[in-house]
Design a protein around this ligand. Structure first.
Ligand code: G1P
Ligand code: ZN
Length: 543
């Protein structure tokens, strides 16, 4: 086995987005493409010689091939040991946990999260640092800079490693350990939650359905919900990870998790339904006849977390991304703890969690998590809900009604306009930004505008500043419309419009969300001329 130095030339399109580098599989299949990016990651890091790397992915098409490349390159670049999930499988939160548990230097997670998989679909590589979380911007910026100058990469000339049987094997001077992808993660969940109370609730007739969407959470969900908590076989739907996710779009929202939604709205619905995404970090929560928005879910989890053993001491703070609704803010206020508003993307939560400033974090995009790892965590969110239901002995509908009666309700929706020509999307955002100073005081269908800005964030732990994180328009009744472009898409641009209206405890808490938000939807059109710039008269997806 010899180390080869392979000459290469840069690719101009390897800038990591909201969550790592995501491209079409065919882009990743170009000669040297994956290798260039992996070498650029290694070249941007210092001090990993003799250290451990964690590698795994969500099982999507190309996962196994890229794992072999990573292993041979890690060996050629001087890592001492690589931990790989059996079969190349690791959910994103499980990878984060393994990094922390083993004091690894970092990890490479192979996933395009909720994007579809298959030969014509998406693939991705994300680097996570030693705290288990996504690399912060200064690291991803360094990686990107390196991709633009790279002229060679190092790779071991060796046969493929058997990643399907658990055990330790040698690759050059490096040790490869194939580990059970689920065991350590399931142990962590048992430490955080009252499994015996949940088990008793299920034994007493409580029913649930968990849709793994043919993605990575299948083995995790079967182990936790069926084996450890005693839910009957079949509780986990679509539980086998498939390279193309069985042609599902593994995004747990009301459009792509329709099968689960319909089941939860049927007369004989289970008590509780949930779904996760491609790599297991997102969650969708639907009670019997009751959809819970991710923003509300964050607020409910924060308000009730003390009912779970792992959070009995209370929360240090709550963090949410800027476009996420303000429902959690009211909980933080009542608990007397700080609320942090960060840009979109989990990487911004890491510093707050490391500093012990926040315990629970969440995003409107179905991401919720805590300081147990440094990623959002779908199965964790479901377990916290189950723990709360077991402790309060009531239904999801009743919990939501009680929550709104206590805090008021943040009606909320996100409208996505997908596959817009990039220049049109950029022009729309530029026009919006140009209009910002003239907006305060103006009136439109949403009411009178009190403030408008382009969100900028100063990280309170290291004072780093992130600008241009989304245009916010605030109205005098506390309503809000936010516009930003997606940083995870692989085709054209996606415009996300986030719409929120707060109704206090004395207001109408039982409206249809679309009715409650209709004036603000009209205001969004007036502010950004979405139809004019996109040629679309309605969003591609409403969540
Ligand atoms: C989307 C979500 C964001 C999430 C990210 C990764 O990013 O909006 O909240 O952190 O996926 O799962 P976007 O496409 O909006 O940049
Ligand atoms: Zn994901």
């Amino acid at each position: 086995m010899s180390i080869q130095t392979v000459k290469t030339t840069p690719f101009s399109d390897q800038k990591p987005g909201t969550s790592g580098l995501r491209k079409k599989v065919r882009v990743f299949q170009q000669p040297h493409y994956a290798e260039n990016f992996v070498q650029s990651v290694f070249d941007s890091l210092e001090g990993f010689a003799g250290q451990t790397l964690v590698v795994g992915g969500d099982g999507r098409y190309l996962n196994r091939e890229v794992i072999q490349i990573v292993l041979k390159m890690a060996a050629a670049n001087g890592f001492d040991r690589v931990l790989v999930g059996q079969g190349g499988i690791l959910s994103t939160p499980a990878a984060s946990h393994l990094i922390r548990l083993n004091s690894a230097f970092g990890g490479l997670i192979l996933s395009a999260s909720h994007n579809p998989g298959g030969p014509d679909e998406d693939f991705g590589i994300k680097y996570n640092v030693g705290n288990g979380g996504p690399a912060p911007e200064k690291v991803t910026d360094a990686i990107h800079a390196r991709t633009l100058t790279i002229d060679s990469y190092r790779i071991l000339d060796a046969a493929d490693v058997d990643i399907d049987s658990i055990g330790t094997r040698q690759l050059g001077d490096m040790v490869v350990e194939i580990v059970d992808p689920v065991a350590a993660y399931a142990e962590l969940m048992e430490q955080l939650f009252d499994f015996s109370a949940i088990r008793a609730m299920i034994a007493g007739g409580f029913t649930l359905a968990f849709d793994s969407m043919s993605a990575v959470t299948g083995p995790y969900a079967v182990e936790v919900f069926e084996k450890r908590l005693g839910a009957p076989a079949g509780t986990v739907m679509n539980g086998t990870p498939l390279p193309d996710f069985g042609h599902h779009h593994p995004d747990p929202n009301l459009v792509h998790a329709r099968e689960l939604y319909d089941r939860m709205m049927a007369p004989e619905a289970p008590d509780f339904g949930a779904a996760s995404d491609g790599d297991g970090d997102r969650n969708l929560i639907i009670g019997r006849h009751c959809y819970v928005t991710p923003s509300d879910s964050l607020a409910v989890l924060a308000a009730n977390a003390h009912l779970a053993p792992g959070y009995r001491q209370g929360l240090k703070g709550i963090a949410r991304s800027m476009p996420t609704s303000g429902a959690a803010d009211r909980v933080a206020e009542k608990l007397g703890i700080p609320l942090y508003e960060t840009p979109t993307g989990w990487k911004f939560f890491g510093n707050l969690l490391d500093a012990g400033m926040a315990t629970i974090c969440g995003e409107e995009s179905a991401g919720t998590g805590s300081d147990h790892v440094r990623e959002k965590d779908g199965v964790w969110a479901v377990l916290l809900w189950l723990n709360i239901l077991a402790a309060r002995r009531t239904s999801v509908v009743a919990i939501m009604a009680d929550h709104w009666a206590t805090y008021g309700r943040n009606y909320y929706a996100r409208h996505d306009y997908e596959a817009i020509a990039t220049n049109n999307a950029d022009a729309l955002m530029a026009a919006l930004r140009d209009s910002l100073t003239s907006l305060p005081g103006a009136t439109n269908s949403g009411g009178t505008i009190t403030a408008a800005d382009d969100f900028a964030y100063t990280d309170p732990t290291d004072q780093s500043v992130s600008r241009n994180q989304g245009v916010r328009v605030l109205f005098d009744d506390g309503s809000r419309v936010v516009f930003r472009l997606s940083g995870t898409g692989t085709e054209g641009a996606t415009l996300r419009v986030y719409i929120e209206r707060y109704v206090g405890t004395d207001g109408d808490l039982a409206m249809e969300t679309s009715d409650a938000l209709a004036p603000l939807v009209a205001a969004a059109q007036e502010l950004a001329d979405i139809a004019g710039y996109t040629g679309m008269d309605r969003p591609s997806v409403i969540t």
